[in-house]
Design a protein around this ligand. Structure first.
Ligand SMILES: *Cc1c(COP(=O)(O)O)cnc(C)c1O
Length: 417
């Protein structure tokens, strides 16, 4: 019996059940992934016992002989993977990384301009319910009503109107590659700091399957746990001239002690991200997303922008009259896990919006290839055609579970053993 099972059978059993769920279902949530055993081991290590406020060589507690090396290795690896001048690996997650960046460059009340939340932007890009929309004057740009892609003349027009101190590019639900050079020009024209939040697609950037924003942006933030396939965490990459401001904003500006176990796991993930295997992974993610998109298009579904360039797709269900929440819940009962999502110019309420979002990062980590994405697309279409047929949903869930047996998921099985 392992220690957790002996001391806390209740939580042990729940974790085991979650392992089974992650093993038996097809996980299409675009922000999720499966980390490797190595990342999992670093995350669950004794480094969680340490306090190390400050930065390597400049700490406020003693006993940093090893931790300083861990953080320095992590930073060096991130710099190498993304060709970044300066890196801070301490943000606790993506949202605090963005808030720290605002703290580095802005005063309360300054203007930020980002992609509107219903158009694919993130809460922390100025949504009214977020601190980013309450402490700053948040303005937004939208996608083009026809193409649902960014119209850079419109972004420029908005920038000239509201004169942001900081311009944000990046998204959580946009299936297309952004033109970072155009954003840079617009930022220069209005004298704004140019920030890219690559939380969703940083793994594709690391693997060479998506253009890098690093040469264009003043500052780039990213989570480490989405396509990048690292632990729950985040980092900020910036030009050397902003290094001191960013570091001061993260600590002591926003946070206390860094999560050293996460820092170690980021280092491990960055070693993996530098490998040829990860390049193959990133390219396979894009191929898999495209194959799923094509499968759904062939079955008559509407996709926002008509397809995808990255790891995610957004299905516009508005013409079907179906509730996206009901669709997402039925799919979950059938073994396909995804989320309902707003679509640009949505006319439905955010708690039951017009679309569903899906991504290929997690299934690709367990070895799904194009033919498997056709299987996934076929199942999604079949379930959407029979939403109220509980027997069919249960039969499909069993079929999905059986199918998933061919693809053992990385990082699972520690506690089941
Ligand atoms: C996921 C995400 C974040 C926030 O990350 P958390 O770790 O959930 O705080 C920030 N920005 C974008 C674009 C994201 O997709």
């Amino acid at each position: 019996m392992n220690a957790l099972q002996a001391t806390d059978p209740e939580i042990h059993a729940l974790i085991c059940q979650e392992e089974e769920r992650q093993s038996d279902k097809i996980r299409l949530i675009a922000s999720e992934n499966y980390v490797s055993n190595s990342v999992m081991q670093a995350t669950g290590s004794v480094l969680t016992n340490k306090y190390s406020e400050g930065y390597p060589g400049k700490r406020y507690y003693e006993g940093q002989q090893i931790i300083d090396q861990v953080e320095s290795v992590a930073i060096a690896r991130v710099k190498a993977v993304f060709a970044a001048e300066h890196v801070n690996v301490q943000p606790y997650s993506g949202s605090p990384a963005n808030i720290a960046t605002y703290l580095a460059f802005l005063q309360p009340g300054d203007t930020i301009l980002g992609m509107a939340l219903p158009h694919g932007g993130h809460l922390t890009h100025g949504a009214p319910v977020s601190i980013s929309g309450r402490y700053f004057r948040a303005e937004s740009y939208s996608v083009d009503p026809e193409s649902k892609r960014l119209d850079y003349d419109q972004v420029r027009k908005r920038a000239l109107e509201c004169r942001p101190r900081l311009l944000v590019a990046g998204h959580s639900a946009h299936p297309r590659i952004l033109d970072f050079a155009k954003f840079r020009q617009i930022a220069d024209e209005v004298g704004a700091i140019f920030m890219v939040d690559m939380a969703h697609f940083s793994g594709l950037v690391a693997g060479g399957a998506h253009p890098s924003p690093v040469p264009y942006a003043d500052v780039v933030t990213t989570t480490t746990h989405k396509s990048l396939r690292g632990p729950r965490g985040a980092m900020i990459l910036c030009r050397d001239q902003y290094a001191a401001a960013i570091d001061k904003a993260v600590f002591p500006g926003l946070q206390g002690g860094p999560h050293d176990h996460t820092t170690a796991a980021i280092a491990v993930a960055m070693k993996e991200a530098a490998s040829d295997a990860f390049k193959d992974y990133a390219h396979q993610v894009v191929k898999n997303a495209r194959t799923l998109a094509k499968t759904l298009l062939d079955k008559g579904f509407n996709l926002v922008t008509g397809g995808t360039d990255n790891h995610l797709l957004l299905v516009d269900l508005s013409a079907t009259g179906l509730s996206s929440k009901k669709v997402a819940k039925a799919l979950d009962r059938a073994g396909i896990v995804l989320n309902y999502n707003t679509i640009p110019f949505d006319t439905r309420k955010p708690t039951d919006p017009g679309g569903i979002r899906m991504g290929a990062c997690a299934v690709t980590s367990r070895g799904f290839k194009e033919k498997d994405m056709v299987f996934v697309g076929d199942i999604i279409a079949a379930v959407i055609a029979r939403l109220d047929d509980e027997a069919f949903l249960a039969k499909t869930a069993a079929h999905v579970k059986e199918y998933c047996r061919q693809f053992p998921a990385p990082g699972l099985g520690h506690l089941l053993a």
